[in-house]
Design a protein around this ligand. Structure first.
Ligand code: NAD
Length: 478
């Protein structure tokens, strides 16, 4: 991939130096310290996968995605989902005659697998991870690893006892842009980092969608502090190479849920269809119809639920301050009803500051359709186009100059992270630049920030990570 800078078009830039950084796998390999080899896999046979949870992410990225991109190295040996309709949907989608099981225990008893892939509703991950470990399987789990500190401990204990490994699918780490940022931080481009400003904006399409689904219930996804922010806290932990010690947080539900004068149960057939700005027609998306609408009779799950439901009990506005064992303080916020979807981050160092962002409309040349943005993010193709880049700016103290580092602008597959993560899992299993492959400690440290944030809001006080785990936060992880 060639990174091209177009910043010379911007009138306000006065640069003397400019850096063109080309990120390649070799860049990562050169900096690799500890090859990640948790799984003793046969080198000749295909890697066998059994999956629990064949919903959108499960059947898409982990199912059809693997079959499409890695069919020479992986094969599915078993599928289970509590919804039999979605299970059969996945079986057809993956092709072949993959055995389906009406119970997870039965699948574990009968299947031959190198990994159990867990892609169910967040609050159920622990059950499947622990059972699989106890039966002697390695596990790959979607984020968040789980949703509370008790389940988190159960996973850590089961992994230790079993001698098997759990890999957590933190795909955002693998995006080209996020890796470039990591490399600048590892190289201490602006000296020792002392504080971070990190702000994430979900738009009124994708942000609202969390409130239509199971994600809007605390007991299913642990709130967006855990379901969504686990990505962001993991990035922070990884970028900073340190672990959190204390969290102070604020949050409220003041846009969705109870905050409206009218409400229905689902968008289909809703009497408020014409006046509700959040009306959404699931029937326009055949995949979602096949996955959810056609299978409602099995479990009653409504995919196009009302964003104004009184049962929504998560926060839609969140902010936190996180103190790291290294002394770094991070200021974080998450908004769920922004006109645009994107994020900004700044790392303040002893010698300067690094700034970057993704997809802030007024900072980019080409505008995206905000209503389609998330579908592109979840899609499998690599949509980088020559000439379109993302930028990371490094500015030194006492200097009026700054350097611009560019990476190709990839929106699909979570910034290109999806396919790169799977390649490292199943093909280039020695490629572990900057300890990019995440395990249970990473899974725990990211959710514990969100769990501490929930507790901090409830109890109106700063919460120490040591209140939630026996893990002792490390100032320097590696
Ligand atoms: N890394 C990412 O970028 C990313 C993106 C999307 C989703 N995810 C994660 O993937 C997971 C699945 O999300 P999704 O969007 O596909 O949700 P989904 O609702 O489409 O799918 C969840 C599936 O789990 C099944 N399920 C629920 N409880 C079960 C149980 N007890 N036993 C067996 N099956 C059960 C449901 O029937 C459904 O088919 C979640 O953990 C989510 O956080 C990650």
């Amino acid at each position: 991939m060639v990174a091209i800078s177009w910043l010379n078009n911007l009138k306000t830039c006065k640069m003397e130096r400019r850096k063109f950084v080309k990120y390649t796998a070799a860049t990562g390999a050169a900096l690799m310290l500890h090859p990640f080899k948790p799984f003793a896999l046969p080198v000749t046979a295909k890697i066998k996968l059994a999956q629990v949870g064949t919903g959108h992410r499960g059947s898409g990225f982990w199912g059809a995605g693997l079959v499409e991109n890695f069919k020479d190295v992986v094969e599915f040996t078993g599928l289970h989902d509590i919804n039999p309709g979605r299970m059969v949907y996945a079986q057809k989608l993956y092709g072949g005659n993959i055995p389906t099981f009406s119970s997870f225990d039965e699948m574990l008893n009968k299947v031959s697998a190198d990994y159990i892939i867990v892609t169910t509703v967040d609050a159920t991950h622990d059950e499947f991870i622990v059972k699989a470990l106890n039966k002697g399987f390695n596990v790959i789990t979607e984020k968040p690893m789980t949703t509370d500190e008790i389940k988190c401990k159960a996973i850590l204990d089961a992994e230790k006892k079993s001698g098997k490994k759990v890999l957590v699918g933190f795909n955002y780490r693998h995006s080209v842009h996020n890796m470039q940022l990591k490399e600048l931080l590892v190289a201490e481009r602006v000296g020792k980092i002392t504080s971070v400003d990190f702000h994430w904006y979900l738009n009124v399409y994708h942000g609202a969608d969390y409130f239509r689904r199971w994600h809007g219930r605390m007991n299913k996804g642990g709130s967006l502090w855990v379901h969504k922010a686990t990505h962001h806290f993991d990035l922070l932990n990884w970028w900073l190479n340190s672990e959190p010690v204390e969290v102070s947080a604020y949050g409220s539900l003041e846009h969705y849920g109870k905050n409206n004068s009218f409400r229905g149960t689902k968008c289909r057939g809703c009497e408020y269809k014409d006046k509700c700005k959040f009306y959404w027609d699931i029937n326009k998306d055949q995949r979602l119809v096949d996955l959810y609408v056609k299978n409602e009779q099995h479990d009653g799950y409504i995919r196009d639920g009302c964003v104004w439901s009184n049962e929504i009990d998560i926060y839609d506005k969140m902010s936190a301050q996180i103190i790291y064992a290294s002394g770094v303080t991070a200021n974080y916020s998450l908004t769920t009803y922004s006109p645009y979807e994107g994020w900004t981050i700044a790392f303040n160092g002893m010698k300067g500051r690094i700034d970057t962002s993704e997809d802030i409309p007024f900072m980019q040349k080409i505008q995206e359709d905000q209503s389609k943005k998330h579908a592109v993010e979840m899609s499998k193709s690599d949509d980088s186009k020559a000439g379109e880049v993302r930028e990371i700016i490094a500015m030194d103290n006492f200097s009026k100059n700054f350097e611009v580092y560019t990476t190709p602008r990839i929106s699909a597959g979570h910034g290109g992270g999806d396919v790169r993560m799977q390649r490292r899992m199943f093909v280039d299993t020695n490629d572990n630049p900057h300890h990019i492959m995440a395990g249970t400690r990473d899974g725990a440290m990211s959710i514990l920030i969100g769990i501490a944030a929930r507790k901090s809001i409830k109890e109106k006080r700063p919460v120490k990570i040591s209140e939630l785990t026996d893990l002792v936060p490390m100032a320097k992880r590696f």
